[in-house]
Design a protein around this ligand. Structure first.
Ligand SMILES: [Zn+2]
Ligand SMILES: [Zn+2]
Length: 327
């Protein structure tokens, strides 16, 4: 197999030939058909997450087909298409696992962070955390659902039922979530980097009621806002844009420091929350919902060997939608 391996923090990733790995007990091996590029991959490469590990193969939006089984795997057949998400493993016994909050597990494993991921031609995963997929949709179009879609879905539920929803950072996650939210009868207000007309047009083309720079106030206060951009300075900005009792949800795994702000911005029962990881239940719900509401992902395809270019383009905001690596 081949993989793009992070051998030293801050990269670049290196094209590397590796021996084919045999799946262990409870594991499957898949031939990767596509792997989405997530902002979290940038945080992994940059060493911004706790306990960075190298060497590592990044990538946690994997669509592939099972080609080998370890002992004890049940319910999957050879050639079955599966999705492998960020949550790679949980302990099953800590207090969080026992209270249906496995996203907060004390001893978790994460695909492409603590265990090798999908920037590769093959990947090994714990079968219990892989999602069986049908045959509808291309591998490339489904890959962004595995994290951008799933984490967005979890963030949307935590944001509550408000009708006027702000999305700060209109990339892979927001472009999927905008479709879900509108299908639920909500209005979407899209905030981009100031002056980024291209992305604002993209948001309008997906039905956003309003699109503007993050330095602008929306026309009227919002019921809730979700922040996808890794910019702590957006927290007070979003708090200012939500009504009394409104919610601001931080959906990324990493953010620059949040600047101080007066208590009056949080007062009147505004709430500030974060979203961490996903549960398998989130995945089952969202992957069943996505085809029903006909989510269309906008993807930009890169050959696997150009993973460094894909990451650089994501960092610079050079494309709309989601980057996907294809072996
Ligand atoms: Zn646990
Ligand atoms: Zn991700």
């Amino acid at each position: 197999m081949h993989a793009m391996v992070l051998k030293a923090l801050r990269g670049p990733l290196q094209w590397t030939e590796l021996p084919d790995q045999a799946p262990g007990p409870g594991q499957i091996r898949v031939r990767v058909g596509a792997c989405g590029v997530c902002r979290t991959d940038l945080h992994v490469v940059d060493g911004e997450l706790p306990a960075p590990r190298v060497p590592i193969v990044p990538g946690h939006e994997i669509i592939g087909r099972v080609d080998a089984f370890g002992p004890g795997v049940q319910g999957l057949v050879p050639g079955q298409r599966v999705g492998i998400p960020w949550l790679g493993h949980t302990c099953g016994s800590c207090a969080y696992c026992r209270m249906q909050s496995e996203n907060l597990c004390d001893r978790p494993g994460f695909t492409g962070y603590t265990q090798d991921g999908g920037y590769a031609t093959a990947a090994v995963a714990d079968a219990r955390f892989a999602f069986p997929l049908g045959e509808q949709g291309s591998d490339e179009s489904l890959a962004p659902l595995l994290c951008a879609g799933l984490i967005g879905w979890r963030a949307l539920r935590i944001a509550g039922d408000g009708k006027r929803l702000g999305l700060y950072g209109f990339g892979a996650a927001a472009h999927i979530l905008a479709q879900v939210a509108q299908r639920q009868g909500r209005s979407v207000f899209a905030f981009t980097r100031p002056g980024d007309q291209g992305t604002q047009d993209f948001a309008r083309s997906l039905g956003a009621a309003w699109a503007g720079g993050s330095d602008e106030m929306p026309p009227g206060l919002l019921d809730a806002a979700i922040i996808f951009a890794p910019v702590g300075g957006l927290v007070p900005v979003a708090l200012k844009a939500v009504r009394k009792g409104g919610r601001v949800v931080c959906a990324g795994i990493h953010m620059s420091d949040i600047p101080g702000f007066p208590y009056s911005m949080l007062w009147e029962e505004r709430a500030l929350l974060s979203v961490a990881n996903l549960t398998r239940q989130d995945g089952l719900e969202f992957l069943a919902l996505a085809p029903r509401i006909g989510i269309v992902t906008k993807t930009v395809r890169y050959p696997l060997r150009q993973a460094n270019e894909a990451l650089a383009d994501l960092r610079a905001g050079r494309f709309e939608g989601a980057a996907v690596l294809v072996p």
